[in-house]
Design a protein around this ligand. Sequence first.
Ligand SMILES: NC(=O)c1ccc[n+]([C@@H]2O[C@H](COP(=O)([O-])OP(=O)(O)OC[C@H]3O[C@@H](n4cnc5c(N)ncnc54)[C@H](O)[C@@H]3O)[C@@H](O)[C@H]2O)c1
Length: 343
Amino acid sequence: MTTTPSKSALLHDTIQHIDIKAFDVRPVVQAMGHMAFQARNLSRAATLYDAMLRDEKCGVILCLAGSLFSAGLKQVVVDMVRHRMVDAIVSTGALIVDQDFFEALGFHHYKGRADADDNALRELSIDRIYDTYIDEDQLRVCDATIAAIAAELEPRPYSSREFITEMGRYLETHAKTQDSVVLAAHRAGVPIFCPAFSDCSAGFGLVHHQWHRTGKPQVSIDSARDFLELTKCRLAMEDSGLFMVGGGVPKNFAQDIVVAADFVDRPVSMHKYAVQLTVADERDGALSGSTLREASSWGKVSTVHEQMVYGEATVTMPLVVGAAFHERGWTHRPERRLVDACR
Ligand SMILES: NC(=O)c1ccc[n+]([C@@H]2O[C@H](COP(=O)([O-])OP(=O)(O)OC[C@H]3O[C@@H](n4cnc5c(N)ncnc54)[C@H](O)[C@@H]3O)[C@@H](O)[C@H]2O)c1
């Protein structure tokens, strides 16, 4: 008879975040540029990202989807923020709240098994993301913290960017680690937008808030305001580049701001640079795998400096960002503090 390991035995080995500063990947990425297929595409993506960073007129928008931070990519984004390699972030809520803010509260993601007995995990209140485990009791603390932050705010509609700013403010006094995207972005004036903010731990906190304030003024999230604020960020840049990981809502939201600027009679150029690291391909016609060339037919992305890289982000992102980090094209970039353009 097999016995199920205890919860503490299963939640033991923590996911460690990869540190792109610790090793110089440039020789590998350069060698890949003389290969074929996705190796050459990846090498070109790294060159394009470095070009974005060296282009003095270009602001960089980072778009994130997928379970990237639970998988060990959080520190990559913390370092991008701290080294002015990104000026604005558009993300899924899960990454920002369930994964980054969650870890900032002192919790961890754990190495697990993709072939785990999910019924046994359910009994133990352990949630699984492929080969990674999360303590659901700790996620509930994250949900409750969001509700507590909402309760302290003036009841009115907020953009997700405004609410995430409040999360950053909360972490200034409560964070158990300084290595948080929300905290680093708060300090650097890098706005973070989650266009579908309620589709994550934040949603549970806000449902709790609104449920208990029925009939009274409430905090709510205004996603049109998110779009307006991100459009204002684009208007504050002369040119723009997109660095996209995954696809989904953040990809389209950021691509669309050049069209929105046109729609309010403040026309701007298409995104000058675009890189996407994804596993999605274009055959289903959906947004996540739509090519960047296709986006140019919609007036969103210029076709000159664009590169799709087909591969899983835990492999591709440390290489592309690591190569650009060690090229140091970011050294002379200004701190744009686009958060000031949002108001
Ligand atoms: N992912 C989670 O664990 C999780 C948890 C709670 C809530 N949510 C919510 O679900 C919604 C969808 O989020 P999502 O993060 O699952 O994204 P998503 O399903 O929208 O991802 C879009 C696309 O990104 C690509 N992609 C995803 N992960 C990738 C990777 N590792 N490498 C390369 N490409 C990758 C895939 O092509 C995918 O179809 C969001 O609103 C989010 O807040 C997600």
